[in-house]
Design a protein around this ligand. Structure first.
Ligand SMILES: *[C@@H]1O[C@H](CO)[C@@H](O)[C@H](O)[C@H]1NC(C)=O
Ligand SMILES: *[C@@H]1O[C@H](CO)[C@@H](O)[C@H](O)[C@H]1NC(C)=O
Ligand SMILES: *[C@@H]1O[C@H](CO)[C@@H](O)[C@H](O)[C@H]1NC(C)=O
Length: 222
């Protein structure tokens, strides 16, 4: 949960910032009562908090865990897609796509939105997260809540199609998560077939995290 940043394994290459505006490629489609923005912005309404199966449900000691999700590039979107990820982690994260660092968040559970443009759809998309749970205080390394919540929108301006998914139960895709240390946990070539499935703990809005402040657009590393 919150507290001392006792674990400092997050490399601070590019932090989430609170000032940059979202790109305004906001073609407004629809009219009347339902006005829809394209591309859509991800939100947590359908998302759940997840963690590793070994520790997520009973409280997590300070330390790191690695998570992976591989999904096919959705060809319905055309040859490439823009991917927006809204993410919050208790307490800190590094987010990777296809072996590249997208960004870090170390600000507690405030959510960020990262947007990665023009990702080819003809190869699978490998998302990876290193998540760190902080100690409660300098002298208190007891287990405490830890979780990841994330929502994804992949969209294409040319086809005007979008695909949505979140961390959460089916039909969302199944994340994997491990408490073991893998140096190459973010690479596309890592064989994660033996990794356990991540577990769904509680839907967005549930305790102990409740409703989060609106997600803030962040600056890409890549
Ligand atoms: C959330 O789930 C509902 C019910 O399945 C669905 O109609 C809606 O489109 C989903 N919203 C997002 C942003 O995925
Ligand atoms: C933590 O423990 C040390 C050693 O017992 C003590 O000196 C220190 O005051 C404690 N700090 C806090 C914040 O309790
Ligand atoms: C991604 O967004 C950029 C900037 O708005 C836009 O130029 C580009 O066409 C978008 N790509 C796709 C696949 O929608």
């Amino acid at each position: 949960m919150f507290g001392l940043r006792a674990v400092t394994s997050i490399v601070a290459l590019c932090f989430a910032v609170a000032v940059k505006a979202m790109p305004s490629s906001d073609a407004i489609i629809g009219s009347g009562l339902a006005v829809t923005q394209f591309p859509p912005v991800p939100d947590f309404s359908n998302a759940s908090w997840i963690w590793t199966s070994t520790k997520g449900l009973t409280g997590v000691p300070p330390g790191t865990a690695a998570f992976r999700l591989t999904v096919p590039g959705p060809t319905i979107l055309g040859p490439s897609a823009n991917i927006s990820v809204a993410i919050s982690v208790d307490n800190a994260y590094s987010l990777y796509l296809n072996g590249k660092l997208i960004g870090n968040g170390v600000q507690g559970i405030n959510a960020n939105i990262w947007t990665i443009n023009n990702v080819p759809t003809n190869t699978p998309w490998v998302f990876a997260i290193m998540a760190t749970n902080y100690a409660l205080s300098l002298n208190n390394t007891a287990v405490n809540p830890a979780g990841i919540i994330a929502s994804f929108v992949a969209s294409s301006l040319s086809t005007q199609n979008a695909k949505f998914w979140s961390t959460g139960p089916a039909p969302n895709p199944q994340w994997k998560g491990t408490d073991l240390a893998y140096d190459n946990f973010y690479t596309t070539t890592l064989d994660d077939s033996a990794w356990p499935a991540a577990v769904v703990m509680v839907g967005y809005g549930g305790a102990p995290w409740g409703t989060l402040p609106p997600a803030v657009p962040a600056s890409l590393c890549v």
